[in-house]
Design a protein around this ligand. Sequence first.
Ligand code: SAH
Ligand code: SF4
Length: 384
Amino acid sequence: MTTANLLDFDLAGLAAFCERLGEKRFRAVQLFRWIHQKGASRFDDMTDLARSLREKLPGVCEIRPLKVMAQQESTDGTIKWLFDVGDGNAVEAVFIPEDDRGTLCVSSQAGCAVGCRFCSTGHQGFSRNLSTGEIVAQLWFAEHFLRKHLKTSERVISNVVMMGMGEPMQNYSALVPALKVMLDDHGYGLSRRRVTVSTSGVVPMMDRLAQDVPVALAVSLHAPNDELRDNLVPLNRKYPLAELMAACLRYLPAAPRDFITFEYCMLDGVNDQPEHAQQLLALIRGQGPFYRGPSVPCKINLIPFNPFPDSGLRCSPRPVVLAFAEVLHAAGIVTTVRKTRGDDIDAACGQLAGDVLDRTDAARRMAERRVTEVRPVRVLRSPS
Ligand code: SAH
Ligand code: SF4
């Protein structure tokens, strides 16, 4: 029998585990606090646990960290870790310090099966889902490493974004308990507003997340019409814009904020023209050809494309990004342009590559799509 990894459990799961060992629920709370609030990895250190329990635990379970293969620090204070997850796979997590917050960007899969054109992880293909324990271990390690590093006993990470490698909604059963650990007052005690799941648009799981753990939601849009989005985010062929917009509306009543964040990666000559901005407005107002319905309360986050080798794409020039933002802004849509952080260590959005034992032949498929699918910009005009 393999030893249980206590990082795999949310509090309810740990309570059930303790019960199977003949222990009371409050023991689970104690253990959980030792692990997540104090960063303990050895049962001997958990001084207020009954000695009998401390002696029982090592035979049946452990706190299994991820092996750190590399740590890189950017000149802007961003820190990136590469974690070994076995079998030739490695995933990355990134800490981004800002004046008023500390954000950890966490990976959910080794690779990604969605295969977006502009994403380095997508180009690597998919190896496997991370377990809950492997998702939580990134936060557990980073938080307690940073406390030591910064010589503080205060919490360092205030925000988590599921924006590292992988599509979190395609690893839903591991994601949910991991989110619960992040939110639990006996765990990391993060507010629901400060934990964000980013998705390329797995519609059924958006509905389930609203029921199970309604945290903040970011939707990676990247295109204002189905033809372009089919090309950039292949999942659009399964869940086209009309379905995606309707799912955003359904999510909102449960969401901790009264808007959805739409992410839009700015690609030179591909999706960054004034006509695209107009189409995007029509889309979110529910007045375009791709979605008709109530307008979707949202903020738009424009992400300058972060290049990586062989992408075949370029970032939109700064004036183009600003002009695009201005069209949205003038129409009353809150629009931000994301500051690029950590690009000197390849830690910016979409540059996370880790190491993935590709089981999906992504490199060949991407190469084929580059030849057959990238057309010159063609703007579909909306009727308005
Ligand atoms: N799979 C999820 C979360 C991980 S990607 C998703 O797609 O939402 C996190 C964000 O980085 C997404 O908005 C994604 O579209 C964006 N991104 C991916 N590659 C990028 C690149 N090369 N430059 C800028 N942003 C990128
Ligand atoms: Fe996967 Fe997100 Fe990258 Fe698309 S952008 S390939 S969904 S990680």
